[in-house]
Design a protein around this ligand. Structure first.
Ligand SMILES: [Zn+2]
Ligand SMILES: [Zn+2]
Ligand SMILES: [Zn+2]
Length: 117
């Protein structure tokens, strides 16, 4: 009997790992606010700072806020940085946020806005 239970647990665990890998392999945020580390699947404005999202995979100058399709140097001499974010999707608001943040900054802001009326 014990062996059967262990086998079931192992199969269940493998299933969880497979599911986790499938989720990780999915395309993340396509549009990102590099300042707030917030992303979305559709173009739009950052819910935190109101700036336009930048397209993932493009390159941007952190000083001038200009974007480029190719890596290289900005007119100001700074190196372009790739627009990317290892984010997780928040089930509450649907926006992506950085993996290392506690909670969701977008939901936090919405809760604050509600309090203020
Ligand atoms: Zn922002
Ligand atoms: Zn620049
Ligand atoms: Zn959220």
């Amino acid at each position: 009997m014990r062996k059967a239970v262990i086998a079931v647990v192992i199969v269940f665990a493998l299933g969880l790992v497979a599911a986790a890998v499938a989720v990780a392999g999915e395309a993340g945020a396509k549009y990102i606010c590099t300042m707030c580390k917030v992303g979305a699947e559709q173009a739009g404005k950052c819910p935190l700072c109101g700036k336009d999202f930048k397209m993932a995979g493009k390159y941007m100058c952190p000083a001038c806020d200009t974007t480029s399709d190719t890596p290289g140097k900005c007119a100001c001499g700074r190196e372009y940085v790739k627009v990317e974010m290892a984010g997780v999707k928040c089930p509450g608001c649907g926006y992506y946020h950085a993996k290392d943040t506690k909670g969701c900054p977008v939901c936090d802001k919405m809760a604050k806005d509600k309090k203020q009326g």
